[in-house]
Design a protein around this ligand. Structure first.
Ligand code: F6R
Length: 366
């Protein structure tokens, strides 16, 4: 089953181009984003949606955090993202016009399932499941569904499920944008093209594995790492940190770079590598000034930039470049080197990559 691969995680990272192509197959010939992507009842249930509430756990929660940037920017619809185990037990304000989106690879996560039931019990009937397993409990619980087609994900650390969730969530954001008349035909065509080209773009990122592997050696003897991102790449920093802690047992935190001064800068020294996501977007200059603060304290910087990001190698600043800048969909590309980094750090450390200690693939108990 593993073929030429050593681990499921490695296989699943490299399957991402196919997983994305399969997930996006339904738009391969499409001229437009239509609600029908989300099920037969979608035209009715998505119409008039006033806001979106995303519920999920772990890596799926991180895909929801990225989606918030897309939904608010593209559709102008307010979006909140909440960890399912928090939402289900707190007193919140129900809103029947809100679309509830449950994101789950397995479709069986107990807290996510219970959070959907909690929303429904409060009168919120517009529910959408974004899941990788057809006929799973969460899919059955929701009125609408979008099935990611990542194929079985066996490694405990979620990889291809995450990037296919992002693809599904981008479709949702674009569909909501279309519905409220915020997509011009030209912009709509651009988004469709960018999605169609995504598998090839991810393939090109995967081709950079050797450089990332070379970096991994620097991390294996470290006890802490800090991941920084801004804007829609802040959740990618959180995801990079989660991957590293899960499979290599290195304590890692993800932070929005603008928060450095508000606390975490106190931790920075030569023993704590700082990994930064530096796409060539509007926040790059802000990010660079954050990185200077790290360098000034002797922190070793590992920067994932784009081909055209204005960041330079210098002593204490290592830079790897992704082949192209990918605009709004850039988080889908930038998570890939972080997956590879944690994989290679785990290999150097000799941890059990596919079955990290204390963790289960599907968390069906609270
Ligand atoms: C992290 C990971 C977990 C899951 C979480 C939710 O790599 O795999 O954080 O993302 O347990 O699982 P699903 O998506 O199945 O609801």
């Amino acid at each position: 089953e593993l073929g030429d691969y050593q681990h499921y995680m490695q296989k699943e990272i490299f399957e991402q181009p196919q997983a994305l192509a399969a997930t996006l197959e339904m738009i391969s010939g499409a001229q437009t984003f239509t609600p029908n992507l989300f099920g037969v009842a979608a035209p009715e249930l998505l119409a008039g949606v006033q806001s979106v509430l995303i519920l999920a756990c772990g890596t799926s929660y991180h895909s929801g955090l990225v989606a918030r940037y897309w939904i608010e920017q593209l559709a102008g619809v307010p979006c909140t993202v909440e960890i399912a185990s928090e939402y289900r037990y707190r007193v919140s304000v129900p809103n029947p016009d809100q679309l509830v989106v449950a994101i789950s690879q397995s479709g069986e996560t107990a807290d996510t399932l219970a959070s959907v039931r909690h929303a429904k019990a409060q009168g919120m009937q517009r529910t959408l499941a974004i899941c990788n397993v057809p006929e799973s409990a969460i899919v059955r619980e929701c009125a609408l569904r979008f099935l990611t087609r990542a194929g079985p994900e066996i490694g405990v650390a979620s990889t291809k499920a995450f990037t296919t969730q992002l693809a599904a969530l981008f479709l949702l954001a674009a569909t909501l944008a279309k519905q409220v008349g915020r997509l011009t035909p030209a912009v709509e065509a651009q988004h469709l093209n960018a999605l169609r080209h995504l598998p090839v773009a991810v393939q090109k990122v995967l081709a950079g594995e050797a450089d990332i592997k070379a970096w991994a050696a620097h991390f294996a003897n470290k006890h802490h790492a800090l991941f920084l991102g801004r804007g829609q790449h802040y959740p990618i920093a959180l995801e990079g940190a989660l991957k590293l802690k899960e499979i290599s047992y290195i304590h890692a935190e993800g932070y929005p770079a603008g928060e450095l001064k508000h606390g975490p800068l106190a931790l920075v020294d030569k023993d704590m590598p700082v990994i930064s996501i530096a796409p060539n977007d509007a926040l790059l200059e802000k990010l660079k000034s954050n990185l200077k603060e790290v360098a000034a304290r002797g922190g070793e910087l590992y920067v994932f930039a784009d081909a055209d990001s204005a960041v330079e190698e210098e002593p204490g600043v290592h830079v790897l470049r992704l082949p192209e800048h990918y605009g709004l969909l850039s988080p889908v590309l930038h998570v890939v080197p972080l997956q590879l980094l944690s994989y290679h750090v785990a290999l150097v450390k000799g941890t059990d990559v596919d079955k990290p200690r204390n963790l289960a693939k599907s968390v069906t108990v609270e």
